[in-house]
Design a binder for this molecule. Structure first.
Ligand SMILES: [Zn+2]
Ligand SMILES: [Zn+2]
Length: 496
């Protein structure tokens, strides 16, 4: 037995300082103590040093394989111009063998405001496979060497266009992933797990598979789950319902795409992009989604689909709505991202009982006057995006996530972002922000009886902070001091 003491424990949406300590047994919370009553020789005390102690945080949507893998690859987020990009790639490629992957490229943040050309990349990396991926993951460039390799693997790919989007982008990236061996795949997940713990998370949902017909390394990872110090909630990210059922999965999907992204002008909108006569793309027909989602639903699979633009969100939500009328089941189908929603669409989501899986960091990165959303969508539409508070106030249960590797896997920043939406009416308060990463998040995977709050019978998962999260982004001294998984300390900040 362990007794966690000397903390301000989070109970039902606030800190309860009448709690003396939390007693645990076999990894579970056995009792919330109000006074120093139960003390026996066999009780090991863990001093939380006056920390603010939350339930272990849960991120409900990550691409942990890519995130872990990319943490071992070339990160271009600090590049200020193309020379920086070439320098980083040249340096990084020296240690990367035949597969060189550079990511977090954002042409809007570098001086030249453009992608490098393939010819430029060929000069920097002539004899290794290079994939350079945009920050949103929805476009990339490959060098000529990689293009030849992909063609040699009998993948039809149109590399003559410098910037690959849509299916061409997917093919290039999946080719890269498929050429990694199991050892590298596990190394990537262990890197992900370490980053998640450091970021305050004890459980993360993760997408496994190529967003087409493959479930990738799902079976291999499923067998290894007990080797990780946190819980992964796995999604076969695939359209292959038979494969998901065979694997014993309870859910299917993830970033299987109803549309693309705003930055790539591929998110599907009702009205055109600002100053451009295009409305983005629906990647599949209505009948395709009807058939896929209905079939999954009939097999009791929870479905998750990536939908960003209002036209794509409607397309998916209409199917959920229909099923909720005809064959209601408590499956908690997901609308991943669910970014552009007017009031009518929110009402339809409320009726369908779908769960928007939201990314508060998106608004922090791209919301506000003269920023990406306003530039590409116009001010009016940028004002009905990532509507955390409106959804919450309507009783729509939403969950929080990073979409890591797209944004950082750090609960401190995620909570601040949820409390500092650029539109004041869309800001969550602390209790709501914590809720979307704890109780709501546990509920999403039907695990509300296992985790998500500090209560008897649940797993003893805690995240201890040395400060109370605020709307303002964390300062250097604002730390995650300890992370506890099933009563074991799995991360500790040892800096002073
Ligand atoms: Zn995603
Ligand atoms: Zn997505």
């Amino acid at each position: 037995m362990k007794l966690f003491v000397n903390g301000h424990f989070w109970q039902n949406g606030g800190f309860d300082d009448t709690v003396f300590g939390v007693l645990t047994k076999d990894g579970k919370i056995s009792e919330i103590l109000r006074s120093e009553s139960a003390t026996g020789a066999d009780i090991h005390r863990v001093d939380l040093a006056g920390a603010y102690v939350f339930p272990g945080f849960i991120d409900t949507h990550t691409h942990s394989f890519e995130g872990g893998l990319y943490s071992l690859m070339i990160d271009l987020s600090e590049a200020k111009n193309l020379d920086d990009v070439f320098g980083m790639i040249s340096e990084g490629s020296k240690t990367k063998g035949k597969l060189v992957f550079a990511w977090n490229f954002d042409e809007t943040r570098i001086a030249e405001k453009r992608f490098p050309t393939r010819a430029e990349l060929d000069k920097v990396v002539p004899n290794q496979n290079l994939v350079l991926r945009r920050i949103d993951g929805h476009s990339c460039i490959v060098n000529t060497f990689a293009c030849d390799s992909i063609l040699g693997a009998n993948k039809k790919i149109h590399c003559e266009d410098d910037i690959l989007k849509g299916f061409e982008n997917d093919k290039a990236v999946h080719w890269f992933h498929n050429n990694l061996d199991n050892e590298m795949v596990l190394k990537a997940y262990h890197a992900a797990s370490a980053i998640a713990l450091k970021g305050g998370f004890t459980t993360i949902h993760t997408m496994v598979g190529d967003a087409n017909m493959s479930v990738g390394h799902y079976a291999m990872l499923k067998d290894q789950l007990s080797s990780f110090p946190l819980d992964f909630v796995l999604y076969p990210q695939s359209f292959n319902i038979e494969a998901a059922l065979e694997l014993g999965a309870k859910r299917i999907g993830g970033c299987i795409l109803a549309d693309g992204s705003i930055g790539s002008f591929t998110a599907a909108l009702y009205e055109p992009y600002a100053g451009k006569p295009i409305r983005g793309n629906l990647y599949q027909t209505d009948s395709f989604w009807h058939d896929f989602i209905s079939k999954a639903h009939s097999h009791d699979l929870q479905v998750a689909v990536h939908c960003i633009g209002d036209r794509a969100i409607s397309q998916i939500n209409n199917v959920y709505h229909d099923l909720n009328n005809k064959d209601p089941k408590d499956l908690r189908h997901q609308l991943i991202h669910c970014e552009i929603t007017d009031d009518l669409l929110l009402q339809q989501i409320q009726e369908s009982k779908a769960v928007p899986v939201m990314q508060p960091m998106f608004d922090h990165l791209w919301g506000g006057p003269n920023r990406l959303y306003a530039k590409l969508l116009g001010t009016e539409r940028a004002g009905i995006m990532n509507r955390l508070r409106s959804m919450t106030d309507m009783g729509i249960r939403i969950t929080g996530s990073s979409d890591w590797y797209i944004t950082e896997l750090d609960i401190r920043k995620s909570l601040s972002a949820a409390m500092s939406h650029h539109i004041p009416a869309e800001r969550l308060n602390l209790a709501q922000a914590v809720g979307i990463y704890t109780s709501n998040a546990a509920w999403l995977s039907h695990d509300e009886n296992i985790r998500g709050s500090i209560a008897p019978g649940l797993d003893a998962d805690f995240c201890a902070l040395n400060y109370i999260p605020q709307a303002a982004m964390p300062q250097p001294g604002d730390k995650i001091t300890k992370v506890v998984k099933r009563a074991e300390i799995v991360y500790e900040d040892i800096s002073h």
